[in-house]
Every structure is written in C-alpha cells, then in structure tokens.
Design a protein around this ligand. Structure first.
Ligand code: ADP
Ligand code: ASP
Ligand code: MG
Length: 277
C-alpha cells in the first residue's frame, strides 16, 4: 500500500484533477490511499470568508468559492449535486457567523474544512469516471480524531489504530481529506496550514505503508526554493533529519510535522511533481 497526497496546485482546476486521477490509476497495483488538499487558494478564501462574515460581509467571497468549484464540475461534466450538501452547510455557517458577529479559531477551522471536503468528492468522482472504484472520505469517517487545539490539532493515539482498521477494510480507492480532523466531541479541527502533508504521513504510519508520496508542483526537494532561485537543483536523497530541518526553517515543500510519523516507522517519503510525473 502507498499513500499519494496531492497538494492544492495539483488539484487546481479541472485539467489538473483529471491528471491526478490518471496518476492514481497508473499506480493502482500499489493499492493507493489518496489524500487531497483543497483546490488551490480555496483555504485562503475560506479564511477570508470567515473573517468577513464576522463583519457582516462575505457574499462576494462565498460566490467566488462556489463559482470556482462549479466551474470545475462543469468542465468535468459532473453534476452540481455532488457538492450540494457541502455548499448548503457552508451557506448555513455563513449566516450563523454573520448573526453571531464573532469568529474564533474553532469556527475558522470549520470554515476551512469545506475546501478538502469538496476537492475529495471531485477527485473520487473523477476516479470512478476513468474506471477506478473510488469513494471520498472526510478523514473522521476513517477515525481521524484529534485533540481540540483548533488551528494546530494533533491526532489522538487512537487515530492510528482507527485509520489502520478502517482503511484495511476498504474495497475501493479512498480519497481522504487532508488537513482536517474531528475531536471526540465532533468538532472539526485543522492541523495547521499546509497540513495535508501531515495527514498523509499519519495515514502512512498508521497503515505501515510502503511509501508516502507527496505530489506537488516542483521536481522534488531541491537545494533551495526553485521559485526564488532559478538554478535550484533536485536533491536525490535527503535524510529524515535534513528534510525535517528544511521544513522547520520554512521550506514549504513539506509541512514541518510530516517527517516524524514517517521516521518513526522508517517509511520513505517521495516528493514528486504532478506536472512532470
Ligand atoms: P502543495 O500545494 O503541493 O502542498 P506547497 O506550495 O505547499 O505545495 O509546496 C511546494 C512549494 O514549496 C514549491 O512550489 C516551492 O516554491 C516551495 N519550496 C520551498 N523550498 C523548497 C525546496 N527546498 N525544494 C522544493 N520546493 C521548495
Ligand atoms: N488546504 C490547506 C492549506 O492551504 C492544507 C494543505 O494544502 O496542505 O493550508
Ligand atoms: Mg503544501
């Protein structure tokens, strides 16, 4: 079994999502568990939406979020109904937030959760389209429970055994929401910005995967940020300690907490480019 995590730019539009599904299909023999981020920039929009609602605004941002997803559905010829429940729930949250006039970390996490909840449904649907039996899961449906540190939650110890048990039972390719979890009281949490990498590593460790693949928009871990320095070079191998240090000092390519679960179980982490598989 392998874990394949796709970041925001990798699921940034209809074409990218179709590409992701093809990459998953070509790895089908390795029993992939797919983890996805929200469509690119949508988490930023959801945070903005939460803050605007507290000030009684947010209509434009809500429209933007809806339009972005509906455009993807139209281009992939999918039914708008696929996201009906999520959109309705988000609209309810918007009106509640507007009337309560305050926004705290807990509510911001709830807002942010919609990004991954919607992208996972679209990716699973696209996989089914190309003949790969698939189903989307909100991470908590597979037992991803966390503490109640909203904005930077940590998985509970039981999450590992829950995930292993539920994933091993599945007869479909699961597409799991990165970044989000739930407390034992049923409140939605997030693992912190960029946290889908961490979700992938936690699932990898929980299921003792052969490999954790982090699919992004650059050719692996490089000598420096290639968007800043033109002649950055891909590094063939990086030790767990080096990767951890890079992440800790802010190289966005891996979320700082990603390495630990992989290291504990000695699971290789590969950073791959979905634009250049
Ligand atoms: P994703 O949405 O796939 O999670 P991120 O934007 O979080 O992608 O991380 C990938 C980005 O990390 C790259 O586009 C690159 O600009 C940046 N980055 C920073 N440091 C490095 C590095 N040393 N090697 C590769 N990428 C890096
Ligand atoms: N969607 C979340 C974010 O933008 C998590 C992630 O992309 O890893 O921070
Ligand atoms: Mg990232």
């Amino acid at each position: 079994m392998i874990v394949m995590k796709f970041g925001g730019t990798s699921v940034g539009n209809a074409e990218r999502i179709a590409n992701v599904a093809n990459i998953v299909k070509s790895n089908i023999k390795r029993n992939p568990v797919v983890v996805v981020s929200a469509v690119t920039k949508i988490t930023d929009s959801l945070i903005r939406l939460g803050k605007e609602c507290a000030a009684g605004m947010g209509n434009k941002t809500l429209e933007h979020i809806k339009k972005t997803h509906y455009e993807i559905l139209t281009q992939l010829r999918m039914d708008k109904k696929l996201l009906d429940e999520d959109i309705k729930e988000l609209e309810n949250l918007v009106s509640n937030a507007k009337s309560s006039k305050i926004i705290d970390e807990k509510m911001l996490d709830y807002f942010q959760s919609f990004g991954e909840r919607m992208s996972s449904k679209i990716v699973a649907e696209q996989l089914n389209r190309i003949g790969v039996k698939s189903r989307s899961f909100d991470s908590w449906q597979l037992g991803f429970l966390t503490d109640s540190e909203f904005g930077s939650a940590e998985p509970l110890e039981t999450a590992y055994s829950n995930l292993n048990r539920s994933i091993k039972k599945l007869a479909v390719v699961p597409v799991v929401t990165g970044f989000i979890g739930k407390t034992e009281n049923g409140e939605i949490t997030t693992l912190g910005r960029g946290g889908s990498d961490y979700t992938a590593a936690i699932i990898g460790a929980a299921t003792n995967a052969d490999e954790i693949q982090i699919w992004t928009d650059v050719n692996g871990i490089m000598s420096t940020d290639p968007k800043v320095v033109g002649n950055a070079k891909t590094l063939d191998r990086v030790s767990f300690a080096e990767a951890s240090e890079l992440a800790y000092f802010g190289a966005r390519v891996l979320h700082p907490k990603t390495i630990l679960p992989a290291m504990k179980r000695n699971i290789p982490v590969k950073v791959l480019n979905s634009f250049n598989p």
